[in-house]
Design a protein around this ligand. Structure first.
Ligand code: PLP
Length: 435
């Protein structure tokens, strides 16, 4: 029997109250879903009912929200990355710079096109791709740069835009974790040729699954639309019983269409995104204030260019010595037990992420040399590894709680810190499942 006060060792947790539920729906959400269900139009590829479909309404609203010229909704963040790279001309054997610290889908989307993800180390200040490391990784075969705005910070868009303009290599922004964030007063996703968003369950705007690509280029947009709709483009809304879609086939497309149910939910939830982002930002500020006097715990700071900061997962960088040398994994498990919510370390670097396994791709005519080009283990990512050792993240619904919730988080951190010697007796290795 353990006599520790730590919840992870059987003690009383700091918090027993539930955290805010996520995702959220209100009466308005139920109404739009009912509207779709009672209509005869559940998909953009269904016959027109004479009204503008929800998918086009969401596309227009999200373009307006981000200030982009165009928006192509699609099934997921993964399909958003896929069509964005395809429309940028990325194909077999091309190299795409991908940050070494991100969700695995960034690299999988590249592999699925037959292209080669080149893993680039991160900038420790932002946890996004380092512009210096990106420059060093450029080769004549680099066909795109995928900059991911990770967790609650933005990559250095000034530098990446300059690299893209100088080299002519398209910049694709992955904004799956940054809906609503702004750099120098402009929405993320509008700097590169494309901005890709995920609307998967955990994201700041969600329909359970979903995605979107924004762009300012009309020609690029026409390709995006066809890549996600079997080579078809939207014509003007037509008479009931006929298709809105026109067969163009200037590219080889696939079906990545968002359903009308999902589009309706996204349109409804977009209306509260700013308000929810503002609440999360306020709570994050409060939490950072509470932790500012605690040595050994530091929130990531963002530069002045980030004129609107949003919070997906809130990242805290820990000084291991302040936690008796415990790993971030062990601290995250202890905090999860104290708070009754999932606290996690950051991603396992892609160079050794178990879900990134190009050796298991169908071999086809891939030569040994081509397979070796895709081997993630060839990369050393010291900054990503350092982040994995030091950082823990809180999920965004925690930041939708009231101010008392932030007091609980701060209290849990100081409690775990105080009792870190006892935590050192628990397993220190990684948990089975990463978030
Ligand atoms: C979630 C996410 C994706 C993938 O989006 P899905 O909708 O799950 O396909 C891609 N990149 C980043 C950074 C993500 O967080």
């Amino acid at each position: 029997m353990s006599s520790s006060e730590l919840a992870v060792l059987g003690g009383t947790p700091v918090r027993s109250a539930l955290w805010p539920k996520w995702p959220r729906a209100d009466q308005g959400t139920l109404n739009v879903v009912a509207d779709v269900l009672s209509s005869a139009r559940w998909a953009v590829s269904g016959a027109s009912d004479g009204k503008v479909c929800y998918e086009r309404r969401f596309a227009e609203a999200f373009a307006a929200y981000t200030g982009a010229g165009y928006c192509t909704p699609c099934t997921s963040g993964s399909s958003a990355l896929t069509i964005a790279l395809q429309a940028a001309g990325v194909g077999r054997g091309d190299e795409v710079l991908v940050p070494g610290l991100t969700w695995v889908a960034c690299a999988s989307a590249v592999l699925a096109l037959g292209a080669v993800p080149v893993l680039v180390d991160i900038d420790p200040a932002t946890l996004a791709m380092s512009p210096d490391s990106a420059e060093a990784a450029l080769t004549p075969r680099t066909a795109a740069i995928m900059l991911v705005h990770l967790y609650c910070n933005l990559g250095d868009l000034d530098r990446f835009l300059a690299i893209s303009q100088r080299t002519g290599i398209p910049l694709v922004e992955d904004c799956a974790q940054a809906h609503g964030a702004q750099w120098r007063g402009r929405s993320v996703g509008t700097f590169g040729v494309a901005g890709c968003f995920s609307m998967q369950q955990s994201k700041l705007l969600t329909a359970g699954e979903g995605g979107a690509v924004i762009t300012n280029s009309e020609g690029y947009h026409r390709r995006l639309e066809q890549f996600k709709c079997d080579g078809r483009l939207f014509g003007p809304t037509t008479a009931p019983g006929r298709l809105d879609l026109v067969e163009v086939a200037s590219v080889q497309g696939q079906n990545f269409n968002l359903s009308e149910l999902q589009a309706a939910v996204l349109l409804d939830r977009l209306a509260v995104l700013d308000e929810e982002n503002a609440t999360r930002a306020l709570r994050a500020e409060r939490l950072c204030g509470l932790l500012s006097g605690v040595p050994g715990v530091e929130a990531l700071r963002s530069g002045d260019q980030v004129t609107r900061r949003t919070y997906y997962n809130l990242v805290l960088r820990l000084e291991p010595a302040a936690f008796a040398g415990c790993t971030a994994d062990a601290v995250a498990r202890a905090l999860s037990a104290e708070l009754g919510t999932q606290v996690s370390p950051v991603y396992v670097p892609l160079s050794r992420h178990r879900l990134l396994c190009p050796d298991k791709l169908p071999r086809g005519d891939l030569s040994d040399i081509e397979l070796a080009r895709r081997d993630p283990r060839q990369y050393e990512l010291p900054n990503a590894e350092e982040a994995r050792r030091r950082c823990v993240t809180l999920t965004q619904p925690v930041l939708l709680d009231d101010e008392g919730g932030m007091d609980d988080v701060a209290q849990a951190i100081t409690k775990v810190m105080k009792l870190a010697d006892e935590l050192l007796t628990t397993p220190q290795g990684p948990s089975a499942q990463a978030f």
